[in-house]
Design a protein around this ligand. Structure first.
Ligand code: PSU
Ligand code: MN
Length: 307
């Protein structure tokens, strides 16, 4: 039996015609942003991918099927649905077998994208090592997925709510190439700076595509993490955000929030504490990542034609 994938007409047509496809996750819709901004953003991200010359495939689990590309109606239903499961590697088969609706995190989206033959994926920020992980052991499964599944994830760096130095250490241990786009410093999601030098840097989508292709030719497992700095016009200065992040993390601890609930809780509290500014920045950076992901997907297709 083949994996239960169902392709939207747009994605099926793109793949048949050799048009590059960019995967998009759905946890950002169900657990990362409030309604209606979540569905508005999801639509705009799809448009950004098309405008850059590729085809978007938003991925989610519905009715015992992995949807590779959602219809407008499916996207709308998902964005308003309550009790959608947040799916990582561990939950994917369970959700499919049960027939429940599930939104895919970075890890699960990578798995589904790979099954669907999609090599590039755009999101906001990946999960990573949480602050206080020495006690809580809270390290996102996204990091291990990057080590084993050959999909390039275009993000705005690791979220500033995380322990970014430890996140980089784990990525290094796991052998995941982390590439900053167009600058030396690793960006930190809402801001362009993190105070940390990125392990690698490239300045064009062509160069990124060539490196990805070489990784594949060498037979190396896993994906790439591309860290694309948020546009300067949309950034929130790291210093102004830091006290809010500290407060949100402290509240999560006091309230005993653990596991999958941590990241959604922190994002929501930061949204409230910044009076919506964090959401505006989040939307700007996802759109920006969608554009770069489409450009990389186009170059990757050209690069693999030549090898
Ligand atoms: N980036 C965002 N918003 C989000 C997420 C990422 O801008 O909601 C989601 C992604 O789906 C990511 C997940 O994979 O948060 C990480 O969750 P955890 O920390 O529980 O692994
Ligand atoms: Mn976690």
């Amino acid at each position: 039996m083949n994996p239960p994938l169902s392709f939207s007409a747009e994605v099926a047509q793109a793949q048949a015609g050799d048009v590059p496809v960019v995967a998009l996750e759905s946890t950002i819709i169900t657990h990362g942003m409030p309604y209606p901004q979540n569905v508005e953003t999801a639509r705009r991200v799809e448009v950004a991918v098309r405008d850059a010359g590729a085809v978007p495939a938003t991925i989610a689990v519905m009715d015992h099927t992995v949807k590779i590309g959602l219809s407008a109606a499916e996207l709308d239903t998902l964005a308003q649905a309550k009790d959608v499961a947040k799916l990582s590697r561990a939950d994917l088969a369970y959700c499919l077998a049960s027939g429940k609706t599930g939104a895919t995190t970075v890890a699960a989206t990578m798995i589904c994208a790979h099954l669907a033959n999609i090599r590039v994926f755009a999101t906001g920020g990946i999960g990573g090592v949480h602050r206080g992980a020495a006690e809580s052991f809270d390290i996102s499964a996204d990091l291990h997925e990057l080590a084993q599944t050959p999909v390039t994830v275009v993000s705005a760096g690791a979220k500033a709510i995380l322990d970014i130095p430890k996140t980089l250490e784990i990525l290094e241990t796991l052998g995941v190439p982390v590439i900053a786009y167009g600058q030396d410093e690793l960006p930190a999601f809402w801001s362009r700076t993190s105070g940390l030098k990125a392990p690698m840097r490239w300045d064009t989508p062509q160069a990124i595509a060539q490196a990805i292709e070489m990784h594949r030719i060498l037979g190396l497992s896993g994906g790439h993490l591309i860290a694309n700095p948020i546009p300067a016009s949309a950034e929130i200065a790291a210093q102004s955000l830091e006290p809010i992040i500290v407060q949100a993390n402290a509240e999560a601890e006091t309230r005993g929030i653990t596991g999958k609930a941590v990241t959604p809780f922190l994002l929501e509290r930061i949204f409230e504490l910044t009076e919506g500014r964090s959401l505006e920045a989040n939307i700007a950076l996802v759109l920006h990542n969608a554009h770069l992901a489409a450009k990389i997907a186009i170059c990757l297709q050209q690069a693999s034609r030549n090898t």
